[in-house]
Design a protein around this ligand. Structure first.
Ligand code: CP
Length: 310
């Protein structure tokens, strides 16, 4: 196995090879061991400065990156668009160039616009990590999701994974489709027809509009949030009706007579796409996903840091 990634930036799972993902997983396995020690810190990125540049809200991703960077001994600066000079009309490129003038080596960026990190890496010298660009990709989320499955099952080869919910507005869905397929899993998407992209079957995924049939088919259900903040029109009559037809609850799972692994990238809307009796059940790995996120992000930053040009 190569000890180097084939890319200089992590913009999307689409750009990664299976070997890249295997290398990230092996490296994350090692960092998981570090995180279980009494002293959870290593000096690997002692000479590296990282800026976390978030133009959109985040809880998990932002905290997880910051913790990963600190566990690797990097110097960290944080930027939030809401409390910055972006409010005074500064462009994305000017903002980032000003941050880079302070000698930053890597930029972790979340932005509401599709392609914002791709634009950035064409114009700056620092290595860029996409922490979510609009409805496009969220590569580290898909890596931590698939890493969690790899830790549980050993291999994803032949595993059947259904992604349920608002596929149309979800960057998590697209990155998961690419990651799962590269690792040999079969993928289905399930939701109301208004929330499933018209041509998604061209990616080689199955499509279902019936949650009970989808759950009967799968080994793993990754349940997504309805992204009301990205919806410019009404895609279904009400949240109550969505919960009735697509909400995953214990009653539905009990009818199946088999065990399904339950995932959710968060944030959860309890009582809408998932009920508490499922989210908090023994079959849920939702908090393991969050825990694994730190090790996976440590692995991504560590591997990309070897490409930093000082
Ligand atoms: N899963 C995820 O991206 O969550 P945040 O929006 O809280 O970062």
């Amino acid at each position: 196995m190569s000890d180097s990634l084939s890319v200089n930036h992590l913009l999307g799972i689409k750009d990664l090879s299976k070997q890249d993902i295997d290398l990230i997983f092996t490296t994350a396995d090692n960092f998981k061991d570090v995180l279980n020690r009494p002293i959870k810190k290593v000096p690997s990125l002692r000479d590296i400065t990282i800026a976390n540049v978030f133009f959109e809200n985040s809880t998990r991703t932002r905290l997880s990156f910051e913790l990963a960077e600190k566990r690797l001994s990097a110097d960290v600066v944080n930027f939030s668009a809401g409390s910055s000079s972006v409010k005074k009309g500064e462009t994305l490129l000017d903002t980032v160039n000003n941050i880079l003038a302070m000698k930053v080596d890597m930029v972790v960026m979340r932005h509401a616009s599709v392609g914002a990190p791709h634009f950035l890496c064409r114009h700056i010298k620092a290595n860029v990590v996409n922490a979510g660009d609009g409805t496009h990709e969220h590569p580290t989320q898909a890596l931590l999701d698939t890493f969690s499955l790899y830790r549980k099952f050993g291999s994803l080869e032949g595993k059947k994974v259904v992604i349920v919910g608002d596929i149309l507005h979800s960057r998590v869905a697209l990155s998961n489709v690419f990651a799962l397929q590269k690792l040999g899993a079969e993928v289905m998407v399930c939701g109301p027809s208004t929330l499933i992209p018209k041509h998604i079957h061209e990616l080689g995924v199955k499509v279902s509009h019936n949650i009970d049939q989808a759950l009967a088919w799968c080994d793993v259900a990754n349940i997504l949030r309805i992204q009301l903040e990205r919806q410019k029109m009404s895609y279904f009559p009400s949240l109550r009706e969505y919960a009735m037809f697509f909400g995953v609850n214990k009653e539905r799972l009990d009818r199946l007579n088999k065990e399904i692994t339950i995932m959710h990238p968060g944030p959860i809307n309890r009582g809408v796409e998932i009920n508490s009796d499922v989210a908090d059940s023994e079959h849920s790995i939702i908090l393991e996903q969050v825990e694994n996120g730190v090790a996976v992000r440590m692995a991504v930053l560590y591997l990309l840091a070897s490409k930093v040009k000082h």
